[in-house]
Design a protein around this ligand. Structure first.
Ligand SMILES: C[S@@+](CC[C@H](N)C(=O)[O-])C[C@H]1O[C@@H](n2cnc3c(N)ncnc32)[C@H](O)[C@@H]1O
Length: 440
């Protein structure tokens, strides 16, 4: 494994010692932002990547390049019973992160000032590694990935991301302009920030870079100018470049973190009715090709943000869409832990009481879904799942108890018919990752 260039490392360290990122007060946390906690939940990642429901108790998590610890805190809050180790090259950032976690009562963490390229020195391996908004800043992406892989447990998951050349094009262009004018020759500070501010304030409002970068004279804090227009070490990459780094590092791609935003079928008006060329080629296209096309056709994603890990030696459980009735009958259902909150419980009971459909999607708006569940099905599924996991058969029995006769004929609902109805509801809820299904 090659060693990072000390001069390069020193420039990055100075940048973040001068302005630790994100510059958000220590009291701030994502506790009341279920979408963010959902994203940092190991349950989400392991289910998406390995099709399994895991217990977070005792799991070891690394936040590599933790900055001021906002994500490390989210990892601790989203994963009860897990321990979070935070590492960063900037001592100022690590000190801030430590204060933040202590302020929020997270006392089992550990903090280290070190480059992530030297992680092996910790002598620990991790179930989950979060390396968010860091990889694009490294001297060598492959060296970084290899160092992270070396401390990832077998079966563990690594989250990494790079800036997308296309999705980040505006800020990369801005950086190129200010670099040309010498503003990034040494680490930019107050003077350089002032020049950027003066430049955009003085420019006409229809200047394209000013317009598309969303420049707002009244609301552009120094930190945001530094982290965008003047970010030292920032670089853009493409999906094929990211896959090439994974291949060289012998890492297997598992999934995009926000996989719905990268689904190529969602680019079409009628995904079930594609033009012949696409209907024939897309099902055969590799993950890399599909993602590269999304990035080219619709570069809305600033980050190429993914989960990967050691190459898998055996296939994961079959996807739910391919389950036989026999697998269904042996399966267990779980409510995603991020829904186990008091507001969820209160609203659920309210809807059941007045026989209103329960809009589960309002508790996770970031998923961009709209999911309504009728009151009887909500009572059959969510009420027991809030307490503990249930087998699919237990849920079918419960639905039958709540819905014993056919409303048209008043004949008892046979078990097989009840099974099909509950199965359809579970399929729909599983597709939204509200309910997770584990097969034996
Ligand atoms: C943009 S900030 C992201 C902070 C945090 N991960 C977040 O998303 O809020 C990048 C962080 O990576 C750290 N960093 C950059 N290169 C590093 C390296 N080689 N080893 C460890 N940390 C590094 C920086 O000091 C900085 O705190």
């Amino acid at each position: 494994m090659s060693v990072p260039d000390p001069e390069f490392l020193e420039r990055i360290r100075r940048q973040f010692d001068h302005c630790p990122y994100p510059n958000i007060p220590v009291e701030k946390s994502y506790k009341d932002q279920p979408d963010t906690l959902y994203l940092h939940s190991l349950t989400t990642a392991f289910y998406r990547c390995h099709g399994r429901v895991i217990n977070t108790e005792g799991k070891l998590i690394l936040d590599a390049g933790c900055g001021t610890g906002l994500k490390a805190l989210a990892l601790a809050q989203a994963n009860p019973g897990a321990k979070v180790i935070s590492v960063d090259i900037s001592a100022e950032s690590v000190e801030f992160a430590q204060k933040r976690l202590e302020y929020h009562g997270v006392t089992n963490g550990q903090f280290h000032v070190m480059p992530l390229e030297e992680l092996a020195q910790l002598g620990m391996t991790f179930d989950y590694i979060n390396c968010d908004e860091v990889l694009y800043l490294l001297d060598s992406q492959v060296t970084g990935l290899q160092a992270l892989k070396a401390v990832l447990k077998p079966g563990g998951i690594l989250r990494v991301n790079l800036h997308s050349t296309y999705g980040r094009s505006t800020m990369l262009r801005s950086q190129t302009a200010f670099k040309r004018m010498g503003l990034m020759d040494s680490n930019p500070e107050e003077t350089e920030i002032g020049i950027v501010r003066d430049t955009f304030n003085a420019m006409r409002d229809n200047i394209l870079l000013k317009q598309v970068s969303g420049w707002n004279e009244k609301d552009c804090p120094d930190e945001s100018i530094l982290a965008n227009h003047l970010l030292v070490g920032d670089r853009g990459f493409s999906v094929p470049e990211m896959f090439s780094f994974l291949n060289t590092s012998d890492l297997e791609f598992f999934s995009m973190v926000e996989w719905r935003k990268w689904d190529i079928y969602n680019l079409f008006k009628e995904p079930e009715n594609l033009p012949v060329f696409w209907a024939m080629t897309l099902p055969e296209a590799s993950d890399e090709d599909q993602l590269a096309l999304v990035e080219l056709f619709h570069p809305i994603n600033r980050l190429i943000d993914l989960w990967c890990g050691h190459p898998r030696s055996r296939p994961d459980p079959r996807p739910v869409s391919e389950w036989t009735d026999e697998i269904w009958q042996g399966a267990t259902a779980y409510l995603h832990p991020q829904f186990k909150t008091e507001p969820f419980r209160e609203h659920l009971y309210h809807c059941i009481k007045i026989l209103n459909p329960f809009e589960i999607s309002r508790f996770m708006p970031g998923l961009g879904l709209s999911t309504l569940v009728d009151a009887t099905m909500s009572a059959a599924l969510f009420v027991p799942l809030l307490e503990q996991p249930q087998t699919v058969l237990e849920l079918v029995n419960r639905w039958q108890t709540l819905h014993p006769v056919d409303p048209e004929t008043l004949e008892p609902v046979p078990f097989d018919a009840a099974f099909v109805i509950v199965q359809a509801a579970l399929r729909n809820l599983e597709a939204g990752t509200y309910i997770l299904l584990d097969c034996p």
